[in-house]
Design a protein around this ligand. Structure first.
Ligand code: GSH
Length: 209
């Protein structure tokens, strides 16, 4: 398998899971600053021109969440729950995360980290205010859910944790207001105990975003 990545937030989920599982993947750094994600060869793997992507034999898989699930299922890991109700629960958190939680945390990550990194112009104060407001609203939902739970799906770590938590390592740099949400902070501290979470990217390329 080949995992195409760059040191940004979406590939980070897939890389962290691959490293957590010790998956037999070749990490292929796809340098977004050089446009390597827009070359014809890469677009033949991921026509969206985005990282991450995974190839596994004839399979060309894009979308970080799907890649995490594929790696976990292939490894026979509990990160992909066998119980069908838990699979539905997982779908709920994936969807909620894309639509709400990391959507708004991701906007702050974009404004405070990606814009300066890729020289994309000044921060948009209105977008920052809006994202901060929405983030707080949805973080309240997550904070309540995590009370009394170790992980999103209960006692067992799953790919949902890797998805929903992915912006949190950037909280300080991206002004993501975590301070009001102690259960999220507790959960994130637990994720930080995992070496694969702390160091998701291959070492030689660990120039994180
Ligand atoms: N929904 C996609 C999002 C992938 C994505 O937006 N990746 C960013 C890097 S974090 C990217 O490749 N951006 C380049 C572009 O959109 O041109 C996923 O989860 O894999």
């Amino acid at each position: 398998m080949k995992l195409y990545y760059f040191e940004t937030i979406n590939p980070q989920k897939a890389c962290a899971v691959a490293r957590y599982l010790n998956s037999p993947v070749e990490f292929v750094r796809t340098d977004m600053t050089k446009g390597e994600h827009k070359t014809p060869g890469y677009l033949a793997i991921n026509p969206n021109g985005k990282v991450p992507a995974l190839t596994d034999g004839d399979l060309k898989l894009w979308e970080a969440n799907a890649i995490m699930c594929h790696l976990a299922r292939k490894a026979g890991s509990d990160l992909w729950p066998r119980d069908e109700c838990q699979q539905i629960e997982l779908t709920r958190w994936f969807t909620w995360n894309s639509e709400h939680f990391t959507r708004h945390a991701g906007e702050l990550y974009f404004q405070y980290i990606i814009k300066p990194k890729f020289a994309l112009g000044p921060q948009d104060e209105a977008a920052i205010a809006e994202a901060t407001g929405f983030f707080k609203r949805f973080a309240g939902v997550l904070n309540d859910h995590l009370r009394g739970r170790k992980y999103l799906l209960g006692d067992t770590l799953s790919v949902a944790d890797f998805a929903v938590g992915i912006a949190l390592p950037y909280a300080k740099q991206a002004n993501i207001p975590l301070g009001e949400f102690p259960e999220i902070e507790r959960w994130h501290a637990r994720l930080n105990e995992l070496p694969a979470w702390r160091e998701p990217f291959p070492k030689e390329n660990a120039a994180a975003a």
